[in-house]
Write a protein that binds this ligand. Structure first.
Ligand code: S6P
Ligand code: ZN
Length: 203
């Protein structure tokens, strides 16, 4: 992407619709799809992820529909984030999760459908876990990595809004992971310590 051109782009007023039940944007500029085959290592039990792939084949874990907004201060990025239902071992399907490249930027998620959690963690280990369900909004403060986790039987769909120049930093989560994970225990979601915290990149 040519940032110089992008930064000179003038954004005209526009509006866009979403189907509230499936989160599909009417007229997206970009549709991101994340499949299990590329993300087996983000689950605490990566052997269970490999076994799932072997048995059931590849599966779509989550997707994002977004408009193309210039990545500059003053603009707002906005998109729908759709995390599908399912589990690897006892760990629920979730997004990769990231810090914003510009750490001092926050984000708001407004849940449109489904149910789950937003897991938020700072580099110093402080964390927060907020429930997500229709009509509930989550504020992700600056400096917190964040990940959506779908714990229901239908996709967890949220509208996300964040600063234009926030960017994404996936590296530290890919190598170290989150300190906490959300698993099903006795039929209910429970947050536990990640047994592979700090060594997610190891096989
Ligand atoms: C962007 C925002 C969301 C996520 C989306 C996918 O700042 O937090 O749009 O990009 O939920 O998650 P991830 O971790 O793959 O970017
Ligand atoms: Zn974000």
């Amino acid at each position: 992407m040519n940032l110089e051109i992008e930064n000179n782009t003038i954004v005209k007023p526009f509006s866009v619709g979403w189907a509230q039940t499936d989160g599909i944007m009417d007229d997206p500029d970009n549709h991101v799809e994340r499949y299990l085959s590329k993300l087996t290592n983000m689950f605490a039990d990566s052997d269970a992820a490999a076994a799932y792939l072997e048995e059931k084949g590849d599966v779509l874990l989550y997707e994002v529909y977004e408009k193309s907004i210039p990545r500059r201060d003053g603009e707002l990025q906005f998109c729908t984030s759709i995390t599908h239902p399912g589990k690897i071992g006892n760990e629920y399907f979730m997004t990769k999760g990231h810090f914003h490249a510009r750490r001092d930027t926050a984000e708001v998620y407004y849940c449109l459908n489904g149910s789950g959690f937003m897991l938020m963690e700072k580099e110093n280990g402080e964390h927060g876990l907020e429930k997500m369900y229709p009509g509930r909004a989550v504020y992700v403060p600056a400096y917190y990595a964040h990940r959506s986790i779908c714990t229901g039987n239908v996709p967890l769909i949220s509208l996300a809004v964040y600063p234009g120049d926030a960017g994404h930093d996936y590296g530290s989560i890919e190598s170290g992971g989150f300190k906490h994970i959300v698993v099903e225990k006795n039929g209910k979601p429970e947050v536990i310590e990640n047994p592979r915290y700090g060594r997610m990149a190891d096989n």
